[in-house]
Design a protein around this ligand. Structure first.
Ligand SMILES: Cc1cc2nc3c(=O)[nH]c(=O)nc-3n(C[C@H](O)[C@H](O)[C@H](O)COP(=O)(O)OP(=O)(O)OC[C@H]3O[C@@H](n4cnc5c(N)ncnc54)[C@H](O)[C@@H]3O)c2cc1C
Length: 438
């Protein structure tokens, strides 16, 4: 381990040394934010306002920023993918310096990051916000199926494939429609079933439901992790006559035969082959390789080790993490980030003033579980699956208000307030409309 650390330190020094010869650049900053997605952009906005110009560097390779929560409604034909996309330039804070490159390694002991293009960025403080990525290779046959327009296989979990889900739902003439949930941690754990409910509603509207079997195969032993909402969702499943197979994971796809092979998590030797006409896949997910391979800062599963309350790294006090790439046991959602960003901001400010972080993240997350084209169960909860609702009605009830909040209000809040660092979740609204909520 020490040997590896020494090598990494040397690699930083070497790159600094080779700047002029290799056209590489050296940067240094007060705060380096790695990843400019939901979490990174929000935190960068907060600190770019507080610190001098270019004291914050955002390291982000992509020139486009997506509001991913709308991918579900893209898959259901309600929105177009273009409506979820903005240029990174337009959302990243003006006062921060954007280095358009990817982190290749983080040397937490020497406070520097080396980029894919060989630049070296020295920092005083760092926030890691690189999210999770789809691990297509884990399911043989998946990527080639997604890339084949006639395969009947799609996924709302990628900007490049989510419109194909709508194409497949719209063109579906009846038969076997299968929806999957993988055996890894995923972002928005509600989305794999939301798209099944929306598809079922569309099949009914298009008069193909009577000749269709809808199946939801999930690795989980329950329909949803929070009991209150799981009970409500089971009624939805029953009403919609959706077959649910628990502990059932997609192993491989044979696109030539339109067959999907599943295994049982309790007994992996038990396999089940199902024919499909439409297959919606939620791919396995993982953190980016530069992070998962850095054993100095991640847990055994490759997630950044942070204190689940303060979001400070457990070993390196000048390092914080936000969003999907950390090992906090909350539901990985943009809603969680809204709450985390305030805690992280306050705690990082304390660290900058040599004080101990004192703000605590309570594990808040929200999941608007769309159950049709005009209803939604708005699940809100904190650590240990304890419901924490904002509205003054029972949110386990399917409601139209929650549907329009998901479709129109949340994207508005995201683009105009959250990414600018001004939205910290619905606490403020909760205190007004539901003051007696626990
Ligand atoms: C289909 C779907 C439905 C969803 N529905 C909801 C919902 O209803 N409600 C909700 O709250 N949330 C929902 N989410 C989840 C939400 O979108 C994510 O939890 C949130 O975007 C995570 O933010 P993040 O900053 O952690 O990661 P991201 O927003 O994914 O950003 C990570 C960034 O890191 C960058 N990056 C990656 N590797 C590197 C590298 N090596 N160096 C530098 N940068 C790098 C990436 O380019 C990316 O910009 C949904 C997501 C999906 C896909």
């Amino acid at each position: 381990m020490n040997f590896i650390r020494k090598l990494t330190v040397r690699s930083c020094v070497y790159r600094n040394f080779s700047v002029s010869a290799a056209n590489n650049a050296n940067y240094s900053c007060k705060l380096l934010v790695v990843g400019g997605g939901s979490g990174g952009c929000t935190i960068a906005a907060k600190f770019a306002r507080r610190l001098k110009k270019d004291s914050v560097i955002v390291l982000e390779p992509s020139s486009e920023h997506y509001y991913q929560p709308l991918f579900t409604l893209v898959g259901a034909g309600v929105k177009r993918v273009a409506q979820t996309r903005r240029s990174a330039q337009s959302v990243l804070p003006q006062n921060a310096k954007w280095v358009q490159d990817a982190a290749a390694s983080v040397n937490a002991r020497d406070n520097c990051v080396t980029t894919a293009q060989g630049h070296v960025i020295k920092y005083e403080y760092i926030v890691i916000a690189v999210g999770v990525e789809n691990d297509y290779a884990k399911v043989p046959g998946l990527l080639e199926s997604l890339q084949d327009e006639r395969s009947g296989v799609s996924s709302i979990y990628a900007a490049e494939y989510c419109e194909n889900t709508w194409r497949d739902i719209k063109n579906f003439k009846g038969g076997e429609a299968i929806f999957t949930y993988p055996d890894t941690l995923i972002k928005c754990p509600g989305a794999p079933q939301k798209i099944a409910y929306l598809a079922e509603s569309y099949f009914t509207k298009a008069n193909v439901r009577s000749k269709t079997s809808v199946t939801y195969n999930t690795c989980l032993p329950v329909i949803f992790g929070v009991k209150k909402y799981a009970e409500a969702l089971l009624k939805v499943v029953e009403r919609k006559k959706i077959n649910v197979n628990y502990k059932t994971v997609l192993k491989e796809i044979h696109p030539d035969r339109r067959e999907a092979v599943f295994f049982n998590t309790a007994d992996k030797t038990k396999e089940m082959t199902m024919r499909y006409d439409l297959l919606h896949v939620t791919p396995p997910m993982k953190t980016p390789e530069f992070l998962s391979s850095n054993k100095d800062i991640v847990d055994a599963a490759g997630y950044l080790c942070v204190d689940k309350y303060t979001l400070q790294h457990t070993k390196f006090p000048n390092m914080y993490g936000i969003g999907d790439c950390t090992n906090t046991p909350n539901s990985k959602t943009a809603a969680a980030i809204a709450k985390q960003c305030y805690v992280l901001e306050q705690n990082l400010l304390s660290s900058m003033q040599s004080a101990e972080p004192s703000q605590k993240y309570d594990g808040y997350g929200a999941c608007p579980l769309l159950t049709s084209y005009n209803t939604c169960i708005l699940a809100e909860f904190v650590y240990d699956g304890v419901p924490h609702e904002t509205m003054p009605y029972d949110q386990a009830r399917e409601s139209a208000i929650a549907y329009y909040m998901k479709r129109d209000l949340f994207p508005f809040l995201y683009w105009h307030f959250m990414l600018k660092g001004y939205y910290h979740g619905p606490e403020f609204v909760r205190n007004i409309v539901n003051p007696f909520a626990k």
